[in-house]
Write a protein that binds this ligand. Sequence first.
Ligand code: CO
Length: 153
Amino acid sequence: MALRTILTDESPKLRKISREQVSFDERLHQLLDDMKETLDHANGAGLAAVQVGILRRVAIVDVEDVLIELVNPVVLSIDGEQEVTEGCLSVVGKWGKTIRPQRVKVKAFDRYGNEFELEGEDLLALALVHEIDHLDGKLYTDIVVGELWEDNE
Ligand code: CO
């Protein structure tokens, strides 16, 4: 495994649309393993492949110590609304308020190519839609309500 460099929001790559992941091979597994190590190191809740410079529809979320790997994820349905404080490893040291769905249902493939469905609520719903947005070149700063603020930690 290896740490990968996380692109920041000045990188135009983060605005590109990621392509479908077609092979569930050792390279994908290596990418997912590296993303997990990179996410742990950065102490984040999720990471999309584009954030480490790979324009493939691959993302991970790690909420309440449960790691979920998502390959070619698709949002099937959303329900409700929540106002959340959102941040992103590519928008360093900043936070903002957004309105996100309270619940989301997602379909994706695991690293071996098995399709699965997943329902997430609250923080998990936020993490899922945030990461899937990355695959379409979107950042939470596009939908922030009011101003971003700096991290004071
Ligand atoms: Co992000």
